[in-house]
Design a protein. Structure first.
Length: 375
């Protein structure tokens, strides 16, 4: 009989639940996004997020159980995100998970959200019959996180789902996360929230239009594997200020977004070629920085595998560029699907499995940790 774990994720602005068998087979996965609620504010409003989690968590969990065709009594454990994330949001999922585990008398497994993103890569690989070799360098890149880890197996090179892994932080962002920079530049250009998906598509639409500006590489003192995107965001801001011809069309786009006309097909005609080229150059700089530091870390550590996860891992250019480098260097690069790149509960249930197998459990005293580390 397989071990079936209900995962619950509520660290930010997605309420999610999923059932995963043996840490590798997704039986169900349900995600309720709050993008429409936070869009008009240009980012996540913590109090609104926690209120929406309260409203949605019960129906989301019920739908996940229905999709899995299971009763609550059939579960073997409850896995819940303990952190990092927004405390109010985390507490909704933790409180529900604790109550459910106590009522069903099932084990409660605390999970680190970042470890979940790493397991998302393996969930995708398992679907294709693959098992990425460890040690590996893992880039987790999202709206809240841009961090590099060395991931190792505690027992040789095992990557089976019940093996515990070790983590060592190699580098991290010193200011804005990559996804946060996307959101801020998108807001600056009147393109709405979230910024990642729309900027990705507009960058592709730019084609070979001449660049209005070129952004240089970010040089870091100290740990050269650290990231910084605040300077790039500021460079875009200064460029727009120095070129007031951008302003009229920014106002037009802001009005369109305010009317609810924020889809790619609606915004593309409102972007001059110069704007499309600016977006392309911004994305080129972000992708170049993420790629170069990650590949250099893999080469210096002499590891065969690179894992890329988190919401920004859904970016088309990022994926294509990593795959090209992998082809040229012989590195094995793995991504989750786009659905598993963004926050979801399947990755939480998968990460809970080895912790359950190794008796790493929690009780009703479990509390949220906004900055919970894994290394």
């Amino acid at each position: 009989m397989s071990v079936r774990i209900l995962g619950i994720e509520s660290s930010c602005d997605e309420t999610a639940a999923a059932v995963v068998a043996d840490g590798r087979e997704i039986l169900s996965s349900v995600v309720a996004s709050q993008i429409d609620i936070h869009r008009k504010y240009g980012g996540v409003v913590p109090e609104l997020a926690s209120r929406e989690h309260l409203r949605r968590i019960v129906p989301v969990v019920r739908e996940a159980m229905e999709q899995a065709k299971m009763r609550f009594a059939d579960l073997d454990a409850i896995g819940v995100t303990q952190g990092p994330g927004l405390v109010g949001s985390l507490l909704v999922g933790i409180t529900y998970g604790k109550t459910l585990a106590e009522t069903l008398r099932k084990p409660l497994v605390p999970v680190n959200h970042l470890e979940g993103h790493i397991h998302a890569v393996f969930l995708e690989a398992y679907k294709s019959g693959l098992s990425p070799a460890l040690p590996a360098v893992c880039l987790i890149v999202s709206g809240g996180h841009t961090v590099l880890y060395e991931v190792g197996a505690k027992h040789g090179s095992r990557t089976d789902p019940d093996a515990l892994w070790s983590y060592r932080k190699i580098g991290q962002t010193r200011d804005d996360a990559a996804g946060e920079a996307y959101d801020k530049v998108s807001k600056l250009l009147g393109l709405g929230y979230p910024g990642g998906p729309i900027l990705d598509r507009l960058a592709a639409a730019a084609g070979n239009i001449a660049a209005p500006v070129k952004f240089g590489r970010t040089k870091m003192r100290g740990n050269t594997f650290d990231f910084s995107f605040s300077g790039l965001k500021t460079a875009v801001l200064y460029h727009v200020r120095e070129n007031p011809d951008y302003l009229p069309e920014i106002a037009v786009r802001e009005a369109a977004v305010a009317r609810g006309e924020g889809k790619f097909e609606q915004l593309l005609p409102l972007c001059a070629p110069k704007t499309l080229a600016l977006v392309r150059e911004f994305q080129n700089a972000v992708v170049r920085d993420l790629l170069e530091r990650t590949i250099r870390a893999a080469e210096e550590l002499d590891v065969p595998t690179v894992l890329v996860s988190g919401g920004v891992a859904a970016n088309r250019q990022l994926r294509a560029t990593f795959e090209e480098i992998a082809h040229n260097t012989g590195l094995n690069v793995y991504f989750p699907s786009r659905a598993l790149s963004t926050d979801n509960a399947a990755m939480i249930a998968a990460a809970a499995y080895p912790r359950l197998q190794n008796h790493i459990l929690a009780d009703v005293s479990l509390n949220a940790s906004a900055a919970l580390p894994i290394a």
